[in-house]
Write a protein that binds this ligand. Structure first.
Ligand SMILES: [Zn+2]
Length: 198
C-alpha cells in the first residue's frame, strides 16, 4: 500500500515560497535553502538570527506578512550572491528566456529581452532597473518598481553574458537618424568657389 500522502500536491508554505510568489516579485529567483544555510554565503552580511529563521521558515504564517521587516533585505542580499553562482545563472537564464524581466522599450531593439540590474550594490539606494544587452542601455521596468536594485547588483548582466556568451545579442542594426527638411533651403547651397573665379 502506498503512502496516503504520495498523490497529494506538495504545497510550498515556506517564507521563500510566499516571497517569490508575491505580485511584482517575478524578477526574483528561489534561492535554495542549502545556499542560504551555507555560512560562507552569508559572510559579511548583517542580520539577526530571528531574521534568518523567518527566511528559512518552512511553514510561514502568511497572515503575518513581514514579521520583522528585515527578511526582504537579507534574502535580497543573499539573492544577489546566488545569481552570480553557476546554479543561479542557470535559474536566471530560464527566467530571461521566458521574458520574465521584460524587454527593451527602444523601437530599434525590436523587443529585445532585458536583464535586471542594480545601480548600486548597497541596499536602499535605488529600485531595480532593466538592462538591454542589445543597445546596452538601462531603463525603468514597466511594472515592478519596488524591488531593491541591490537584490541583483551592478555586475549581474556583465557576468551573465560572460558565462553565456552565445546569448549575447547583436547591437541594433538600424538607428534613428534625423532628416532635416527646411522649406526653401537651397538644394545645392554650398559649392566651393574655385580659385581664379573672382
Ligand atoms: Zn535596447
Amino acid at each position: 500500500m502506498s503512502s496516503p500522502q504520495s498523490n497529494e500536491p506538495k504545497v510550498d508554505a515556506s517564507w521563500i515560497g510566499w516571497f517569490v510568489g508575491l505580485m511584482g516579485n517575478e524578477f526574483v529567483c528561489r534561492v535554495p535553502i542549502n545556499f542560504i544555510k551555507d555560512k560562507f554565503n552569508l559572510s559579511g552580511l548583517e542580520y539577526s538570527k530571528e531574521t534568518l529563521d523567518v527566511v528559512l521558515e518552512p511553514l510561514f504564517d502568511r497572515s503575518v506578512g513581514r514579521v520583522f521587516g528585515h527578511e526582504e533585505k537579507l534574502y535580497g542580499m543573499i539573492h544577489a550572491r546566488y545569481i552570480m553562482s553557476a546554479r543561479g545563472v542557470e535559474d536566471m537564464r530560464l527566467k530571461y528566456l521566458m521574458g520574465d524581466f521584460g524587454s527593451c522599450p527602444k523601437f530599434y531593439c525590436k523587443g529585445q529581452k532585458a536583464l535586471p540590474v542594480g545601480l548600486s550594490d548597497k541596499w536602499g539606494q535605488s529600485t531595480v532597473k532593466i538592462y538591454c544587452p542589445s543597445c546596452k542601455d538601462v531603463f525603468r521596468p514597466k511594472y515592478r518598481p519596488k524591488l531593491d536594485g541591490a537584490m541583483f547588483g551592478t555586475s549581474f548582466p556583465h557576468l551573465f553574458f560572460m558565462e553565456l556568451p552565445m546569448l549575447r545579442p547583436e547591437p541594433p542594426v538600424e538607428k534613428y537618424v534625423p532628416r532635416l527638411h527646411v522649406h526653401g533651403f537651397h538644394e545645392v547651397p554650398l559649392i566651393p568657389i574655385q580659385s581664379g573665379d573672382c
